[in-house]
Design a protein around this ligand. Structure first.
Ligand code: SF4
Length: 311
């Protein structure tokens, strides 16, 4: 019997093969900050970042980790109470900044959930990932099957990083990835398509840098306009042009063709809460975008990694 290869090597499929069930993210929020908000590198954050630091806002609502875990696990298991295991995911702000003590205390606490949540994931900025931070996360490796560190790349062009108020650099991304690798941590890169000033091949450029930095995973994300962001004002003033869903699907398909199959795709498209979301509209749901990307690859006779060896 012929075994068909998937067109896209998704994290979900890989975890299903490995664990025999779905693993869903349980979001944990420490309510920290980011050097791009407190004035160390900038004030007010990246143009697209909302007040919750791209997270759940649970810490602002005074929810402790036990509450966040209980709520998150219930949501993760909503369709199958016996089924899904979890990924403990610290997403919001920069979780290794301004000091490591809150994260260290949280890690001591959450280890008790490792039998249900065999993977730990931490989001931070490359310029906030010190040797001490890497060491702290490496100390979690005996408790979890894998420890992921998620770095925002967002653009391979430092001038765009500056223009969007992000103030990090490609060099920092490399240094952080090398440091994580040295400590046995998995590296996931977060990429955005459609930032102001980004060329049509901007996503492809990011993918090439992700390959060079030897990341194990990647997330693709369209530029979204959320309420209470600098981008919302720019968009209302007509200063930014957003990608259509069709253009985004083409850009991701192009990027996937050069992405080696061993790099897992953790996300093909981003979503936001309806009450926060302004644009682009219309925008199809997540599953429709997934299907459209796969259909696009199919129509090209292509797949993830088709051109990976000829970059
Ligand atoms: S680096 Fe992350 S947390 Fe900081 S302002 Fe930008 S998006 Fe928000």
């Amino acid at each position: 019997m012929e075994v068909t290869q998937p067109l896209v090597h998704t994290l979900g499929r890989s975890l299903m093969q490995r664990y025999g069930k779905r693993l869903r993210r349980v979001m944990l929020d420490l309510g920290l900050t980011c050097p791009n908000r407190d004035g160390s590198t900038g004030y007010g954050g990246c143009i697209y970042c909302d007040l919750a630091g791209s997270g759940t806002g649970a810490a602002q609502r005074q929810e402790d980790l036990d509450t966040q875990w209980a709520v998150g696990l219930k949501r993760a298991r909503r369709t199958n109470p016996q089924g899904a295991a979890a990924i403990l995911y610290f997403q919001s702000y920069s979780n290794t900044y301004p000091e490591l003590a809150p994260l260290a205390a949280a890690l001591d606490h959450i280890r008790q959930w490792a039998d249900v949540a065999p993977i730990l994931a931490i989001g931070t900025r490359p310029d906030c990932f010190s040797e001490e931070a890497a060491h702290l996360l490496a100390q979690q490796l005996p408790y979890f099957d894998e420890v992921w560190i998620e770095f925002g790349l967002e653009s391979a062009d430092d001038a765009i990083q500056k223009a969007i108020g992000r103030h990090d650099t490609l060099e920092n991304f490399y240094l952080a990835c090398a440091r994580a690798q040295k400590h046995g941590l998995h590296r996931i890169a977060h990429c955005i398509a459609g930032l102001p000033g980004e060329q049509e091949n901007g996503l492809g450029k990011q993918v090439r840098e992700v390959i060079r930095a030897q990341c194990e995973g990647i997330k693709f994300h369209q530029l979204m306009v959320l309420r209470k962001t600098k981008l919302a004002k720019m968009w209302m003033d007509g200063q930014v042009e957003l990608l259509t869903a069709e253009a985004y699907i083409q850009q991701v398909a192009n990027a996937l063709e050069i992405l080696p199959p061993e790099i897992l795709v953790h996300r093909l498209v981003a979503e936001a809460a309806a009450e926060e979301y302004l644009a682009p509209k219309p925008w199809p749901g997540r599953q429709k975008v997934h299907s459209a990307i796969e259909l696009e690859l199919q129509s090209r006779g292509s797949f993830q990694g088709k051109f990976a060896s000829i970059q």
